[in-house]
Write a protein that binds this ligand. Structure first.
Ligand code: AVJ
Length: 326
């Protein structure tokens, strides 16, 4: 059922009842594997979200600032390509800086539809937009976009759809998952609709490793906060000082990997289950894939999308792509 939002500021709110985030299952399962691992989506508790915001302010993490610079430079191009009355659809928790750039660039956008797995986050972000943009029709869909999300039966206003997926979040997915996500988005597009997506580029190992191991130690705190979260929410007994942050460029897989490395033998329990680490053993906590323009274009094509235009910063650190159905 589609219901008015609690506060009534949204034009619609649809809860597709995404499965609860499986934090406990993912941690117990991930720590039981030969290469221990925990999916990066679990970084984002309140403290983790705040630390991520702090990362985007560090000198070393060039990603956010570079993408915002490109958005500023291409605002006119985007407005011309989208035309008047666009319906903006944003999967994932939006950074308000980026969505503001887009909405302010566009010619009288008709609507904004937010789509996120976290209901609280989604509603507050969408209500904030509705309050700040007079005359913008704002809808919200609570869903897990790593699964197909059919939009057919939802009251999405008429108009050219522009799906906005900035941040290089696509890089968090393994190649198969990235293709599946692009296919989900492709199914939202009709002829003439578009996807504007950001993807970070391959560059030298030292620049990449510094971006994920910043000099101020914010990224280290972000990574280690996962252990604090486990201790708090899953009855964990992890001695967090037994682990160090590590970021390493894996050139074969074209990704920066983040790990938590045991700096001594250590043993702890989580939800009553015991885990043992030898010194040097790691928990793999994140992959951030990096893409040449050629590789990203091929990935898009594999998902039935065609790159119509792309824009990069002068250093070639980051690229925004305009994709349409192939
Ligand atoms: C939010 C997934 C795009 O991979 O660059 C930043 C997360 N991790 N520093 C990224 C992150 C460590 C970020 N994404």
């Amino acid at each position: 059922m589609t219901t008015p939002s609690p506060a009534g500021k949204l034009s619609f709110f649809k809860d597709l009842h995404p499965p609860k985030s499986r934090f406990q299952d993912d941690v117990l399962e991930g720590l039981s594997r030969p290469q221990k691992s925990i999916p990066p989506k679990h970084f984002y508790d309140a403290r983790g979200s705040a630390l991520f915001d702090d990362i985007t302010d560090t000198e070393d993490y060039y990603v956010t600032r570079t993408e915002i610079g490109i958005l500023d430079a291409i605002a006119g191009d985007i407005a011309a390509k989208a035309g008047p009355g666009a319906v903006v659809i944003e999967p994932g928790s939006g950074s308000s800086v980026k969505i503001d750039k887009l909405l302010n660039a566009l010619d009288r956008p008709a609507a904004y539809i937010g789509l996120d797995i976290s209901k609280e986050h989604l509603i507050s972000a969408c209500e904030d937009l509705a309050a700040r943009y007079d005359g913008l029709s704002v809808g919200a869909i609570c869903a897990d976009f790593t699964q197909p999300v059919p939009l057919e039966d939802l009251p999405i206003p008429d108009g050219k759809r522009l799906v906005f997926f900035p941040g290089s979040t696509i890089g968090n997915f393994e190649p198969g998952g990235a293709k599946a996500l692009l296919e989900t988005i492709r199914d939202w597009l009709r002829p003439g609709d578009a996807l504007l997506i950001g993807a970070d580029r391959v560059k030298s190992a030292d620049i990449l490793e510094n971006a994920y191991d910043d000099a101020r130690g914010v990224t280290a705190a972000f990574n280690l906060n996962l252990l604090t979260r486990i201790n708090r929410e899953l009855n964990g007994t992890i001695e967090t000082d037994a682990f160090d942050h590590k970021a390493v460029w894996n050139s074969e897989a074209a990704r920066v990997e983040m790990h938590l490395v045991a700096n001594r033998d250590t043993e702890f329990s989580v939800s009553g289950q015991t885990f043992r680490f030898s010194a040097g053993e790691t928990i793999h906590t994140e992959n951030s894939h990096k893409f040449s323009i050629e590789r990203f274009t091929a990935l898009a094509e594999s998902a039935g999308l065609a790159v119509r235009q792309n824009w990069s910063d002068a250093r070639g650190y980051f690229t925004l792509y305009w994709l349409e159905r192939a």
